[in-house]
Design a protein around this ligand. Structure first.
Ligand code: URA
Length: 233
């Protein structure tokens, strides 16, 4: 890919601005050789202001989403992209959230510009397990685990039953639940169907991939091995 387009697609600047950056000598090789519009160089060898470039298309990252941010590119409130480098919102192909976490939910949010991977994770037939820790307004009544595991629970305004889900009691008002679907507000609606109310919801894992100590509001790229963990259960 031509240098101007490559840098513009990474979201650093418009094509016009990238041409100026090249004229100003800001794009170089690691040894300081200044690049021109015509030079072709491997992605990993290019430096912008002396810094390596962001990864090429095919990136996957995890964010520990705090409360108050929406999984949207344009929302009047705070959006998860504010927690990433600003240029990530300008990349082509776009970096998109893999499924959604509600504004008041926290925890593991994946983002990728790999449409096929996104589909593989979110497609209903993929059955990728997602694990949530919830705190509830009222104590558990003891019947929830069987109800969720039954495979017969039909949520309000739906016609097909939920796939069986696993629930583990963590305390009188708290539980860990693993679901393999991603229906709208699914976990909150499941506890509502059980006569309770979710007060806080934190996604701790997708597949066997967890946050691993990543602080709230922080993000990092995933390794290939970690991407495989998404599909492990
Ligand atoms: N289920 C919900 O109700 N909310 C989320 O954010 C994720 C799963």
């Amino acid at each position: 890919m031509r240098l101007v387009k490559l840098i513009a697609n990474l979201g650093y600047a418009s094509q016009k601005e990238v041409r100026r950056m090249i004229r100003d000598g800001r794009l170089t090789l690691a040894d300081g050789t200044v690049l021109t519009q015509e030079t072709s160089a491997a992605h990993q060898d290019i430096r912008l202001d002396g810094e390596p470039l962001d990864p090429p298309a095919g990136l996957v990252l995890m964010l520990n989403k705090p409360v108050g941010y929406t999984c949207s590119t344009s929302d009047p409130g705070r959006i998860v992209y504010e927690l990433l480098p600003e240029r990530f919102l300008q990349r082509s192909p776009v970096v998109a959230p893999v499924g959604r976490l509600d504004r008041d939910s926290t925890g593991l949010l994946l983002l990728t510009d790999d449409g096929k991977l996104l589909h593989r994770i979110t497609a209903p037939r993929s059955h990728v397990p997602k694990t949530y820790d919830v705190t509830l307004a009222r104590p558990l009544d003891g019947g929830e685990a069987a109800l969720f595991a039954s495979g017969t629970l039909i949520l309000r305004s739906e016609t097909t039953p939920l796939a069986p889900a696993r629930m583990e009691v963590l305390g009188p008002n708290s539980a860990r639940i693993t679901i393999v679907e991603g229906r709208y507000h699914q976990v909150k609606r499941m506890f509502a169907a059980a006569g309770n109310h979710v007060e806080s919801l934190h996604r701790s894992a997708v597949g066997t991939l967890g946050l691993g100590g990543l602080d709230s509001g922080k993000w990092r790229f995933l390794s290939d091995a970690e991407i495989k963990d998404i599909f492990a259960s």
